[in-house]
Write a protein that binds this ligand. Structure first.
Ligand SMILES: C[S@@+](CC[C@H](N)C(=O)[O-])C[C@H]1O[C@@H](n2cnc3c(N)ncnc32)[C@H](O)[C@@H]1O
Length: 271
């Protein structure tokens, strides 16, 4: 592989951000990319969450569930979204924590940060800040955050343990993790796990539920709950492959092996 996985991921998501920015109607899903069914066409976010958000922020959604629904955010809290993309979950969180709170979004891709900042301007939010950096090396001090959210990002990390350690470090004592992520529901063949394209498309980098729990425990989290909420059928994976022009790759896969092998899950835990 010529580039590192991080470079592949940056290029991939940078391209999506540009595409969303350039076409007012185009959504991440119509561009083909996500681990999900996203934006206004989906049931990821009920109306109460997205009612007053800029349409560009909704169209930029690349998540696999709604992490804010898990977070039980309170006025005045500080929330950090890991891999914030176009900013949808940050802008939703900002409404819940109010002016006395703050919502940070962290992302490594310049084009995504630019898109997120434009969406922030359009939303009029004043308690939002997007910062550039890696989830494996969060540019914030220890114990400053009440809640960590993330949506379909930890699965992309080549060092999930580092990312979860960093999440633990920046959380205040008693703070909570409220994540939506892809998990692996059964053993998948090596050709799927090794596919860079399926990795950057969020599929092949997923942890099993037991590995996820083990890493969270090792890092120090307690009260861990991992609940699959959206199990991917072979047809859903085929649709993702088609949207990403990966038909040839999909044709080589054993359909029965991919059927039900991945799910969007809610991950909750406490420091
Ligand atoms: C699947 S998109 C999800 C975006 C957003 N959470 C959402 O729900 O729309 C993944 C995002 O994570 C970012 N990302 C991936 N790996 C990252 C890393 N190691 N550090 C920081 N950002 C990362 C990408 O740039 C991209 O914006």
């Amino acid at each position: 592989m010529a580039n590192s996985m991080k470079d592949e991921i940056k290029t991939f998501y940078g391209g999506i951000a540009k595409q969303v920015s350039e076409t007012s109607k185009g959504s991440c899903c119509s561009g083909g990319s996500c681990c999900c069914d996203c934006g206004t066409d989906s049931n990821l976010y009920s109306a109460e969450y997205i009612a007053d958000l800029p349409v560009e922020a909704i169209n930029a959604s690349l998540g696999c569930a709604n992490p804010v629904a898990l977070a039980n955010l309170q006025k005045g809290e500080i929330v950090l979204d890991l891999g914030s993309g176009g900013g949808i979950d940050v802008l939703i969180s900002a409404k819940f924590v109010g002016d006395s709170g703050k919502a940070y979004g962290l992302d490594m891709t310049d084009e995504m940060l630019e898109l997120a900042n434009r969406n922030k301007e359009k939303s009029g939010a004043t308690n939002v800040e997007f910062i550039k950096g890696y989830i494996e090396d969060i540019p914030l001090p220890d114990e400053v955050v009440d809640v960590i959210t993330s949506n379909c990002v930890i699965n992309l990390s080549e060092s999930k343990e580092s990312a979860l350690k960093e999440a633990y470090r920046v959380l205040k004592k008693g703070g909570r993790l409220a994540i939506a992520d892809i998990v692996e529901m059964k053993d998948v063949p090596d050709d799927i796990r090794q596919s860079v394209q399926l990795w950057v498309g969020c599929i092949s980098g997923a942890l099993s539920i037991s590995d996820y729990e083990r890493i969270l425990k090792e890092v120090g989290f307690t009260g861990i709950e991992i609940t699959p909420v959206n199990i991917y059928t072979k047809d859903m994976i085929k649709n993702i492959a088609e949207a990403e022009n990966l038909n040839d790759l999909y044709a080589k896969l054993d359909e029965n092996a991919v059927d039900g092998a991945f799910a969007g899950a809610h991950v909750k835990a406490y420091k």
